[in-house]
Design a binder for this molecule. Structure first.
Ligand SMILES: *Cc1c(COP(=O)(O)O)cnc(C)c1O
Length: 387
């Protein structure tokens, strides 16, 4: 039987993240119609804030798709790829492979550039395969392995090729500056429930002028009517009906995005790095180690830690779940080998991680673990609020 017992639940997964209190409150607002002038005013603020979050050119098209991050991914390929297009997909994890699968379903001839598990894409490999490509697609931060791909370096190569550049910004945008205009990104997307700590169900997207020109020159309409860029423009720019948007999710998203911008993207970038150091420094003496070897390739928002020798992964995570703490393990080849600790949005704070440390200290019979956590928090503190 379903029982609502999770009031105090501690969500430390790499998405969804704990809902920001202001977003939670906004969810309670009364319903308004999707064509209400107040909702259009709200949408317009969201669009402006998204331009800031993504670092777009002035007036770039931004919108929320009514679906999760995967819809943001799918809409990019549906609108910007036609049958027979050559699409180079950087695939060094499960989300990169999801991109390749989607591109293929929309008729692309996919060229894969891969990297060994736990390593970033090498920009030289992109350069070697870019001739004749219509689009390059890359996941900025691979959630499945905790790897950060070198988007600015790849962008440099794509810029000289004339190809469109699609970036999955799900684990990065909103947690640190994203530079769509400076890097020359044409299409970027994320999911509301990741770095912004809003409820799941919205995919914020940004589209460059160049991508729109490519879309306008399509030989046939996109097969994905729901996310047709012209249809989205009808609603988000012309304010005519296309489909009913989830207004209450828009309220919550607006509040969460405002809170992120008020905190400041640079401050959030510092906060996530500090928390990452706090956790890894706390756990290292107990046999945990970084899964991603090169420091520059570590994704700050998903801390992938190799588990100690003989660690009972499934048993410990089950015991944590009984104490209302959710932690995520590895995927496929890394199952039982790593934990992927979420540091997106509201999870990158000492309070929820202290609860994990208290439980772990008990389960592992390591009484010094909590004291060490507190000491490291003090050492890393700076402007890090102990809340
Ligand atoms: C979570 C995630 C997605 C997919 O988002 P959903 O909201 O689960 O559809 C895509 N890319 C990355 C990198 C992710 O972490």
């Amino acid at each position: 039987m379903f029982e609502d017992t999770h009031d105090e639940h501690v969500l430390l997964t790499p998405g969804p993240t704990p809902i920001h209190p202001k977003a939670q409150k906004a969810l309670m607002r009364n319903m308004l119609g999707h064509m209400d002038p107040e909702v259009f005013a709200l949408n317009s603020e969201i669009q402006n804030d998204l331009r800031v979050m993504y670092g777009t050119e002035e007036g770039a098209f931004t919108a929320l798709l009514a679906g999760t991050g995967s819809l943001g991914m799918e809409a990019g390929f549906a609108n910007l790829v036609e049958a027979g297009d050559e699409v180079l997909v950087c695939a060094n994890g499960s989300f990169g492979r999801r991109m390749a699968e989607m591109a293929a379903r929309y008729g692309a001839k996919v060229r894969l550039v891969t990297a060994p598990l736990g390593e970033a894409i090498n920009p030289a490999d992109v350069a070697a395969h870019i001739d004749g490509v219509n689009m390059v697609a890359v996941v900025h931060g691979e959630t499945s392995t905790g790897v950060l791909n070198p988007v600015p370096e790849i962008a440099e190569i794509v810029r000289h090729s004339g190809a469109l550049f699609t970036v999955d910004a799900v684990t990065t945008a909103g947690m640190e500056p994203f530079k769509m205009k400076d890097w020359g990104v044409d299409y970027a997307y994320t999911g509301a429930q990741k770095c912004l700590s809003a409820p799941p169900g919205l995919a914020p997207i940004a589209v460059s002028e160049r991508a729109f020109a490519r879309f306008a020159a399509r030989r046939s309409p996109t097969p994905l009517w729901y996310c047709d860029l012209d249809g989205l423009k009808d609603y988000w720019v012309e304010h005519t009906y296309h489909h009913t948007v989830p207004v209450n999710l828009h309220y919550a998203f607006h509040a969460a995005l405002r809170a992120a911008l008020e905190e400041g993207l640079e401050q959030r970038q510092r906060r996530v790095r500090q928390m990452g150091r706090v956790i890894s420094r706390t756990l290292e003496p107990f046999g945990f180690s970084h899964y991603v070897k090169r420091e520059a390739e570590r994704l700050p928002t998903v801390l992938a830690l190799r588990l100690p020798e003989g660690f009972d992964d499934a048993g410990i995570r089950k015991a944590l779940r009984q104490r209302e703490i959710s932690v995520t393990g590895g995927l496929g080849p890394t199952a039982g080998v790593i934990w992927r600790l979420g540091l997106m949005g509201e999870s990158a704070r000492p309070a929820p991680y202290r609860k994990l440390m208290v439980a772990l200290s008990d389960l592992l019979g390591e009484p010094s673990l909590v004291g060490r956590f507190d000491d490291v928090v003090q050492q890393e503190a700076g402007e890090l609020a102990l809340s």
